[in-house]
Write a protein that binds this ligand. Structure first.
Ligand code: GUN
Ligand code: FE
Length: 441
């Protein structure tokens, strides 16, 4: 379906074939026999229909383009143990597995190997934009920025900030140090002038940050107009601890509000146990939630009621939350989001389950809204960057079988439910082909 061939920016191209994407009004729009123009700067121009001759071969019939997926919450550092260590609830899991692993990123050789692997893996899985947590180490976090830029992934990179860690005191910073290193991280990353890689202010969560640090980070974000990411109301025990640590705040959400950390550029992960009142505050502030269903189940944290979040008109996207979530694939996040919603429907017959089309939207356009990047990515609208996957459900060895009469909607639904990286034959970010990956890297 792609005419125009090879990777690299700088050349205007047309992409011919079938397209599936979400728009503001519609969770799924499909266009068959279309041509999409992409200019030399990687921006999309009009769809043309009707006047183009398309030869439909068997192979052509099994291919389509869809927008690249946006992982709104992933711990790049934890990829090293993804798929393991899922036998403890959140707070024990952090103390026993996560903090000791993250402290290894002081070693830049270890960091380079792990960060290269996670960026390559997520790109092959169709994640064109990732919102990453690194670790507390500035140098390793800058290295993650360099690696995402090298492989052409769009990314927000967070140097993790934490000045409280009673159980693992070797893995934390001094309050002043955390603020100064954040400033240095931001300055150094911006100095590189990477086209697609930007810093994001990253207090780990309220339990691991003093009030002084939270306020400082709120100011840093405001003064530099930066994105903010953290965790909120993931686990009931955590919610209780935060209430005890911040008695002057009326809720977990209020802790972030009071420290200037709940803005229209904020992404909070999880939110399983937020009250309706807190969701209203998210809506008023224009702050976003990242739904991480694999992690929520794997760490037995809770089941986010997606329908309730959507009804509150809170910006919502999906996250893998590697490695609390064991899969680095956004396809898994789509499936687990639908499964979680259906599990809640078993408890409450009034609830309307999340459809695959809605989950598709959350993984693409929803993610772009969460990161306030919906003016430049998330679907195939004119003027946006061409961040796209070329999917072929009929590749040799495909986990999907195609039957006569399977139309584009069916192919998309099969891919979302049954497909994997074998079906993602090309990945484009801002018009540049980034998958297949460069050889020998
Ligand atoms: N809350 C604070 N830190 C973390 C983390 O690394 N993973 C998850 N899932 N929750 C957190
Ligand atoms: Fe997380």
């Amino acid at each position: 379906s792609s005419s125009g061939g090879g990777g690299g920016g700088g050349v205007a191209r047309v992409y011919r074939g079938a397209f599936a994407h979400s728009t503001r009004d519609s969770a799924l729009r499909v266009l068959t026999d279309c041509v999409l123009g992409v200019n030399a700067r990687g921006k999309e121009s009009e769809f043309y229909t009707g006047s183009v001759e398309v030869r439909v071969t068997n192979d052509r019939h099994s291919e389509f383009f869809m927008p690249g997926m946006v992982d709104t919450h992933i711990h790049a550092s934890q990829y090293a143990y993804s798929g393991t260590h899922l036998d403890l609830p959140l707070l024990d899991w952090l103390n026993i597995y996560t903090f000791p692993l993250e402290s290894r990123y002081e070693d830049l050789d270890f960091a380079k190997d792990a960060y290269t692997k996670v960026v390559k893996r997520t790109l092959r899985n169709g994640t064109t934009t990732a919102c990453y947590f690194a670790t507390i180490h500035t140098e390793a976090s800058l290295l993650l920025g360099e690696i995402t830029d090298y492989f052409g992934q769009r990314a927000l990179i967070g140097k993790v900030c934490m000045d409280l860690n009673p159980m693992v005191p070797e893995y934390k910073e001094l309050t002043e140090e955390s603020k100064e290193e954040t400033d240095r991280f931001i300055t150094e990353l911006l100095r590189k002038k990477y086209a697609l890689v930007k810093p994001i202010v990253t207090p780990r969560f309220a339990m691991s940050c003093s009030s002084a640090l939270l306020s400082n980070l709120g100011k840093t974000a405001r003064n530099n107009d930066l994105h903010i990411q953290s965790h909120i109301s993931e686990n009931k025990q955590e919610v209780q601890f935060v209430k005890a640590l911040f008695p002057e705040c009326k809720s977990y959400t209020d802790v972030y509000v009071k420290h200037g950390l709940l803005t229209s550029k904020t992404v909070m992960a999880h939110g399983c146990h937020l009250t309706d009142e807190e969701l209203e505050t998210f809506h008023e502030k224009g702050a976003a939630l990242s739904h991480c269903p694999n992690s929520n189940i794997s760490l037995i944290s809770g089941l986010l009621n997606v329908r309730n979040v959507l009804n509150h008109k809170v910006k919502l996207g999906l996250g893998t939350d590697v490695a609390g979530g064991y899969s680095s694939s956004m396809l898994d996040a789509i499936r687990k989001a639908v499964d979680t919603s259906k599990a809640l429907c078993i408890q409450d017959a009034q609830l309307q389950p999340l459809s695959y089309k809605e989950a598709f939207r959350l993984a693409t356009l929803g993610g772009s809204e969460v990161l306030s990047l919906d003016d430049c990515l998330g679907n195939f609208e004119v003027g946006k960057d061409f961040d796209a996957l070329r999917v072929n459900v009929g590749v040799p060895g495909s986990p999907i079988d195609v039957f006569p009469g399977d139309d584009l909607e069916v192919l998309l639904e099969k891919f979302l439910n049954l497909g994997d990286d074998r079906n993602i034959v090309e990945v484009y970010v801002a018009g540049k082909r980034v998958v297949p990956l460069p050889d020998s890297k």
